[in-house]
Design a protein around this ligand. Structure first.
Ligand code: 4FL
Length: 247
């Protein structure tokens, strides 16, 4: 997968090369990241990328031309035209399902806005989708773009080691993850659940699914409401309710 990032702060995005799963995936060529700076596509002496808003008001607006040229340059480095996504609070909310769909594409262009926003005509002509990572306002789209990149790359085949797997993730089946434990067996009087020490893999899988279901019911009932449960899951959830006395 080839990801291009349109940003005034390429150094910020480049940081991810140096860390963990992402760094290794880039080294292994499972994916590539390239930044394009709109400032490199300006024609005036001051390399201007923003200007005052028509109609007045505070802040600055990112100009169409440098952004459009940077996007065009990124596009022409792809064999087939990738989707162009702008990170913005007014976008569609990012979900694991969206990341999974996008991880099947061979390319993606992420556009990071700064200042008060981007000239509306760029959104109309160059942007296919807008994505939001949550209902809050940041100083720019760079951190949200890094969130997208991290979420995407770990889904690419070979990005995670054999011992890890995106298949086991929280949200994989629309449920929260179960609790996890490691040594010691007892911490401040609290024991690791006995079933996890049993070596009975079928029982352990059943316990984990029950915990996932119960936790989702307790913490994110909205997730459970939009999921169709299998007969086994209904049974497990009933058991969880009985065991914990929860509704
Ligand atoms: C983008 C916030 C995506 C949340 C400012 C500029 C943002 C954002 N999700 N805030 N872009």
């Amino acid at each position: 997968m080839k990801i291009d990032v349109i940003t005034l702060f390429p150094q910020l995005i480049e940081q991810i090369r140096h860390f963990g799963v992402l760094g290794r995936a880039l080294e292994k060529d499972i994916c590539s990241i390239r930044c394009w700076n709109p400032r490199d596509y300006t024609t005036d002496q001051h390399r201007t990328v923003d200007d005052r808003p028509y109609g007045g008001g505070p802040g600055m607006v990112m100009m169409v031309e440098p952004l459009a040229k940077a996007i065009e340059a990124a596009k022409s480095s792809h064999e087939s035209t990738p989707k162009v996504v702008c990170l913005s609070p007014q976008g569609e909310r990012l979900t694991q399902a969206k990341l999974e769909q996008s991880s099947k594409q061979t390319g993606l262009i992420l556009v990071c806005g700064r200042y008060e926003g981007i000239d509306e005509r760029l959104l109309e002509t160059q942007i296919d989708e807008q994505w939001s990572i949550g209902d809050y306002v940041l100083a720019g789209g760079e951190l949200p773009a890094m969130v997208v990149i991290e979420g995407l790359i770990r889904l690419l085949p070979g990005a995670l080691g054999n011992s890890q797997s995106a298949d086991q993730d929280s949200f994989k089946d629309g449920l929260l993850d179960c609790g996890h434990y490691t040594r010691p067996e007892e911490y401040q009087g609290m024991q690791v659940p006995k079933v996890l020490l049993s070596g009975n893999h079928a029982e352990i899988a059943r316990w984990r699914l029950k915990q996932s279901l119960g936790r989702t019911l307790r913490l994110r009932p909205d997730l459970l409401a939009s999921k169709t449960l299998t007969q086994e899951e209904i049974t497990l959830l009933d058991e969880y309710r009985k065991e914990t006395g929860e509704q």
